[in-house]
Design a protein around this ligand. Structure first.
Ligand SMILES: *Cc1c(COP(=O)(O)O)cnc(C)c1O
Length: 396
C-alpha cells in the first residue's frame, strides 16, 4: 500500500515516468527490482516496531515490497487516486475490492455485460458466501436504481463493455449511489486513466487488470485497486492476510509499462478509429461497434466520458459463424487470441470463445451474433491491418 507524494501539478505523462521512484544508495536511474521475500531489522526493538505498525517499513513481501510500492505510487498518481493497492491479477483485484468491503448478506448491483470471470466470481463464488448480485442493463441507470435493496453495498461496472462497446454512464450511476452511501467500483481496464477518469466522475474505486494496457506488451499478470485511502486500506488488510499480492518482478515490468502507457493508448486508439471507419465503409461488413464513430448509439455520452473511442473495435461481417471464421483464419498478422491491450493487434470470435459458454439464447439477448468479431488494435500500421482483414473479407 502506498500513497502518491508527488506534486499534484505534474501532468499524467510526467507522473507516468517519474512518480513513485525511490533510489537506493547506489543511485540507479531505472527503478530497482527488489527480489526479496523478507526484510531484516536492525535489532529486536525495530522488529517489534515494524510488526506493530508503529514504524513504517517493509516486513515481508506479502505486506509490501519496494518495487511493488513504486508501481502503486505511480499508478495512483496517474489515476489521480489518493492510494493504490497492487494485486496478483485483475481478478484478485476485483475479489479483494469486494471482500474488503462486503460481507455475508450484502448485495451487489452489477452490469449485465461484465468480463466473463467477473460474472463467474459474483454468481458462483461470492454467492456461496452469501454475497448476492443482481445483474442489470449496462446502459439504463433506472434499472440500476430499481435493483437497489436495503442491503445493497456496491455498484460494479466496466465501460465500455466487451465486446459491444456499450457505455455505462458513470456520472448518472454515482448520482444514484451518493445519497445512499453505496460504493461504486469501475473496472477501468479498457480505457485506462489516459482515456477515462472514473474517480473524477464520482466513483469510489477504480479496478485494473494491469495485465492488459498497463503492461501493454503481453508479459505479466497484475491488478490494482485505486481510491481514497480509507477504502484501499481495507483492501490492503484483506490482501496482506489472504495473499494474492503482486510479485516484485511483475511490478517492475508494470512500472516500465506505465512509462509508455499514454503514447501507446493514444496511438492504439488513433489506429482503432481509422480501422473502425474503414470497416464501416466495407461492403462485407454489416455493422461496426466503436464508441468513437458517430454511428455509435451512445456517441455523445462516449465523447463526454472518454477522451477517445479507445482501442477495441467490434464488427459484424455479413453472414454468420463461417464468414467470421474465414476472416479470422485468413489473418497472418493479427494474433488469434482473446487477450487485449497489447501492442500486437488481436482478433477473436466472441460467440465461440469468450462468450462460448453462455447459451445461444443468452448470447442473442446480449447482442453477440455469430458474425461478430472483436479486434483489440495494437501499434502496427493501419494499412497492414486492413490488408490482413481484407484477405478474409474478400472471400466471404
Ligand atoms: C482481463 C480482464 C480482467 C481480469 O484480469 P486478469 O488480469 O486476467 O485477472 C478483468 N476485467 C477486464 C475488463 C478484463 O479485460
Amino acid at each position: 500500500m502506498a500513497a502518491s507524494d508527488q506534486q499534484p501539478a505534474y501532468r499524467p505523462e510526467t507522473l507516468a515516468v517519474r512518480a513513485g521512484q525511490k533510489r537506493s544508495q547506489f543511485g540507479e536511474h531505472a527503478e530497482a527490482l527488489y527480489l526479496t521475500s523478507s526484510f531484516v531489522f536492525e535489532n529486536a526493538a525495530q522488529a517489534a516496531r515494524r510488526f506493530s505498525g508503529e514504524e513504517e517499513g517493509n516486513v515481508y513481501a506479502r505486506f509490501s515490497n519496494p518495487t511493488v510500492t513504486m508501481f502503486e505510487e505511480r499508478l495512483a498518481a496517474i489515476e489521480g487516486a489518493e492510494d493504490c493497492v497492487a494485486t496478483a491479477s485483475g481478478m484478485s483485484a476485483i475479489m479483494a475490492a469486494v471482500l474488503a468491503h462486503l460481507k455475508c448478506g450484502d448485495h451487489i448491483v452489477a452490469s449485465n455485460s461484465l468480463f466473463g470471470a467477473t460474472v463467474q466470481l459474483f454468481s458462483n463464488i461470492l454467492s456461496r458466501s452469501g454475497i448476492t448480485t443482481t445483474f442489470v442493463s449496462h446502459t439504463d441507470p433506472a434499472a440500476w436504481e430499481a435493483a437497489i435493496r436495503p442491503e445493497t453495498k456496491l455498484f460494479f461496472l466496466e465501460t465500455p463493455s466487451n465486446p459491444l462497446t456499450e457505455i455505462a454512464d458513470i456520472s448518472a450511476l454515482t448520482a444514484i449511489t451518493r445519497p445512499r452511501g453505496i460504493l461504486v467500483a469501475v473496472d477501468n481496464c479498457f480505457c485506462t486513466p489516459i482515456l477515462q477518469r472514473p474517480l473524477e466522475l464520482g466513483a469510489d474505486l477504480v479496478i485494473h487488470s494491469a495485465t492488459k494496457y498497463l503492461d501493454g506488451q503481453g508479459r505479466v499478470l497484475g491488478g490494482a485497486v485505486c481510491g481514497a485511502r480509507k477504502l484501499t486500506e481495507e483492501v490492503f488488510k484483506y490482501l496482506r492476510t489472504a495473499g494474492p499480492t503482486l510479485s516484485a518482478f511483475n511490478a517492475w515490468v508494470l512500472l516500465k509499462g506505465l512509462e509508455t502507457l499514454k503514447i501507446r493508448v493514444e496511438a492504439q486508439a488513433a489506429n482503432a478509429a481509422r480501422l473502425a471507419a474503414w470497416l464501416e465503409a466495407h461492403p462485407k461488413v454489416a455493422r461496426v461497434f466503436y464508441p468513437g464513430l458517430p454511428s455509435h448509439p451512445q456517441y455523445a455520452l462516449a465523447q463526454q466520458q472518454q477522451k477517445s473511442g479507445g482501442a477495441i473495435v467490434s464488427f459484424e461481417v455479413k453472414g454468420g459463424r463461417d464468414q467470421a471464421w474465414t476472416v479470422v483464419d485468413n489473418c497472418r498478422l493479427l494474433s488469434i487470441t482473446a487477450n487485449l491491450g497489447d501492442t500486437k493487434t488481436t482478433i477473436t470470435h466472441p460467440a465461440t470463445t469468450t462468450h462460448g459458454r453462455i447459451t445461444p439464447e443468452a448470447r442473442a439477448a446480449a447482442g453477440i451474433s455469430d458474425g461478430l468479431l472483436r479486434i483489440a488494435v495494437g501499434l502496427e500500421a493501419v494499412e497492414d491491418l486492413q490488408d490482413d482483414l481484407e484477405r478474409g473479407l474478400r472471400q466471404i
